[in-house]
Design a protein around this ligand. Structure first.
Ligand code: GRG
Length: 302
């Protein structure tokens, strides 16, 4: 199977699992407020790139093709946490954005309170899914819960977002230093990519040293992903991105582009990608797909 066929096959499986595990109304529920489920699904099914679930499924596949199915629930849980973070990031009290995944943000399509609740409910739904789907395998369930909870915690995703807001003017008002920028991106961006590979590896039954190698690959892939995100924000227009472009410069934000310039930022992203692919090559199993995915993440246009 070539790369695109495999990528499309994995994303199609993710879409079906999302539909099943985040239903319009939970099975057996009375006629509760459909609005919360509509808002959750509105943002979830708006057609993101599904990178985190695809990374998880590909890492699980290193344990053999049959393991991919095992990783579907955690892949969906990762996408739920990611989508919650996007909904909250877009709120007026944070980034105040109107466009996400090519359509109006959740609070524009519904209202602010509904968007806040949809984000809360998606975060919680991730852990509902893990409990329901892996409860019969308590050792795996505990490892996945620990990994996803840590990645989305105040120490990582939320901590990275907090530092980002502080650097933007919520705190001192002074732009982030290079060290602060690395902290922001290691946590706001890389934590979830790292968790995607690690959770996939756990569901794939990989050994502890392979899990740590996946963690290292995820950290470098996450930094490369964020550097490219900064480059795209500065170079690609809103219609292509599906989210508002040029926001970093307008906000006077420190980014890899503002610190290093476009060319050097691209070189840094390539360097981080090489570090990620060096790690991926050391893994057991066939990592061809993951290596190609890393290369395409570096070359992405949106
Ligand atoms: C609100 C706790 C909280 C965190 C917000 C996701 C996020 C953290 C902020 C969004 C802004 C941003 C640049 C985040 C870095 C991570 C990133 C590039 C997210 C976008 O991921 P993609 O491009 O999005 O994979 P799609 O829509 O394709 O899934």
């Amino acid at each position: 199977m070539d790369f695109s066929t495999k990528f499309n096959d994995l994303t199609a499986r993710v879409e079906r699992a999302l539909d099943a595990l985040v239903p319009a109304l939970p099975p057996g529920s009375p006629a509760g407020p459909a609005r919360i489920h509509e808002a959750m699904r509105y943002s979830l099914q708006a057609g993101g790139k599904r990178l985190r679930p695809v990374l998880a499924l590909s890492a699980a596949g290193l344990g053999g093709p049959a393991r991919v199915e095992d990783a579907l629930p955690v892949a969906v849980a990762l996408e739920c946490v990611h989508t919650y973070s996007l909904i909250h990031d877009d709120l007026p009290c944070m980034d105040d954005d109107d466009l996400r995944r090519g359509r109006p943000t959740c609070h524009r399509a519904f209202d602010e309170a509904t968007a806040l609740l949809a984000g809360d409910a998606l975060l919680t739904q991730a852990f509902v899914i893990l409990g329901q789907s892996y409860g019969a395998r308590p050792v795996l369930a505990a490892a996945l819960l620990r990994e996803l909870a840590d990645a989305s915690s105040g120490r990582r995703l939320v901590g990275g977002q907090m530092q980002d807001l502080l650097a933007e003017g919520g705190g001192t008002g002074s732009p982030a230093t290079a060290a602060e920028l690395e902290f922001i991106h290691l946590n706001k961006t890389a934590a979830m990519l790292e968790a995607s590979l690690v959770c996939g590896g756990l569901a794939g039954g990989l050994a502890p040293d392979a899990i740590e190698t996946l963690r290292r690959a995820g950290r470098h892939l996450g930094l490369a992903f964020q550097i490219i995100d900064d480059v795209l924000d500065a170079t690609v227009d809103t219609a292509v991105l599906g989210k508002t472009a040029g926001k970093d410069a307008r906000a006077g934000k420190t980014t890899y582009v503002s610190l290093h310039g476009l060319d050097e930022a691209r070189l840094l992203a390539a360097r981080e990608t090489t570090l990620a692919t060096d790690a991926l090559r050391a893994l057991p199993g066939d990592s061809t797909f993951l290596l190609e995915l890393a290369a395409r993440m570096l070359d992405r246009r949106h």
